[in-house]
Design a protein. Structure first.
Length: 291
C-alpha cells in the first residue's frame, strides 16, 4: 500500500528545516514538541526509512529526508494555492523571494503591489541576501525565486536581466587628505562580490587601501559614506542623496560591469511563475543598464 503523507506533518518538516530547529517549529505551528516528534515518527514509518538524523542537539535531513522535503514544499504550495483559489481561509499560499538590499525601495514594493492585485490571497515572503546565499537557497528549494548579482560570464545561472557598471562612491564632502596614503574603504563584510572586485582591482593596480568600516547593511554603507568614513563600490542604482561618484576625482582604476540575474526553481507554481514575470518586468523598467 502506498503511503499517504499528512499535509500538516509535511508543513512541520519544512518549518523545522527552515527554522533550524523542530522546537522552534513547534512554537511557530502551535504544537507541542511531543506532537511534532509523533509527526516525524509517523512520516518515517510511511516513508519506510529514516528521514532525519541527529547532529549535535539538532536533527538534519538524511538523503531520503532531503528528497521528501523537496516534494513537501511543492505539495504545500499547490495545496495552499488551491485553497486560495477556492476562497478558503484555512491556509494561504506562500511564495519565497530573495533579492539584494539595493532593490528594497523600488523594485520589490512595485513588484509586490502589481502581483498582489492579481493574486490577492498569496503571501509573499521577502528575504534580503548575499548573492552566494541567494543562489544556494534557490538551489536547495528554500527560495522560489531571487534576483542576484554575478560576475559576467556565459555559464552563469539564471536569466540575465541587465549589466550594470560598478563605480566608486563617496560622500559629498569626502576628500582624500594629503597624509592619507591608503584609500579608506567602506564595504560589506566577507563574502561580497563588490568587496572582492574592489580589492582585486586595487591590488592589481598597486593602489594601497585600508578597511575603514565593514557592515552587512547597505544603509550602513551609505550612512558611513555620508559622514566621510571612506569610499565604496556599488552600482548607480538608487544612489541616495549625499553620495557621489569619486572614481575620476581620486584617479581610481576602472571597475568591470556586474550582471543582475533572475534565479528560479524549475518547478514554480502558477502564482510563483506570475511573480517571476512581474519582477522581471519591473526590473527591466527600473534598473538602468545594458541589456
Amino acid at each position: 500500500m502506498k503511503p499517504t503523507f499528512d499535509i500538516d506533518a509535511l508543513r512541520t518538516i519544512v518549518a523545522g528545516t527552515e527554522l533550524g530547529s523542530f522546537a522552534r517549529a513547534a512554537v511557530q505551528l502551535g504544537r507541542s514538541q511531543s506532537a511534532v516528534s509523533m509527526q516525524l515518527k509517523r512520516l518515517e514509518e510511511q516513508a519506510g526509512r529514516p528521514l532525519f538524523q541527529r547532529n549535535g542537539r539538532g536533527l538534519v535531513p538524511t538523503e531520503a529526508g532531503d528528497a521528501l522535503l523537496a516534494y513537501a514544499r511543492r505539495i504545500i504550495e499547490l495545496h495552499d494555492e488551491a485553497a486560495a483559489t477556492l476562497g478558503s481561509t484555512v491556509a494561504a499560499a506562500s511564495i519565497r523571494m530573495g533579492l539584494p538590499q539595493d532593490f528594497f525601495e523600488d523594485v520589490m514594493p512595485e513588484a509586490i503591489s502589481q502581483f498582489s492585485r492579481q493574486w490577492p490571497s498569496v503571501h509573499v515572503e521577502v528575504r534580503a541576501g548575499r548573492n552566494y546565499a541567494l543562489e544556494d537557497e534557490v538551489n536547495a528549494g528554500r527560495l522560489d525565486l531571487a534576483l542576484a548579482f554575478f560576475r559576467p560570464g556565459r555559464n552563469r545561472p539564471g536569466a540575465l536581466l541587465a549589466r550594470l557598471p560598478m563605480l566608486w562612491f563617496g560622500g559629498k564632502s569626502f576628500a582624500k587628505t594629503a597624509n592619507e596614503n591608503r584609500i579608506p574603504l567602506v564595504l560589506f563584510d566577507h563574502p561580497c562580490l563588490f568587496r572582492q572586485t574592489a580589492l582585486q582591482v586595487l591590488d592589481g593596480k598597486g593602489v594601497a587601501w585600508r578597511l575603514s568600516l565593514t557592515t552587512p547593511s547597505l544603509p550602513g554603507v551609505w550612512g558611513a559614506l555620508r559622514f566621510g568614513h571612506g569610499i565604496t563600490v556599488r552600482t548607480a542604482h538608487r544612489t541616495p542623496a549625499g553620495i557621489r561618484e569619486v572614481g575620476a576625482e581620486l584617479d581610481l582604476p576602472r571597475l568591470p560591469a556586474i550582471e543582475l540575474r533572475m534565479l528560479a526553481r524549475g518547478d514554480l507554481s502558477p502564482a510563483a511563475s506570475q511573480l517571476r514575470a512581474v519582477l522581471e518586468s519591473v526590473v527591466r523598467k527600473r534598473v538602468r543598464g545594458t541589456r
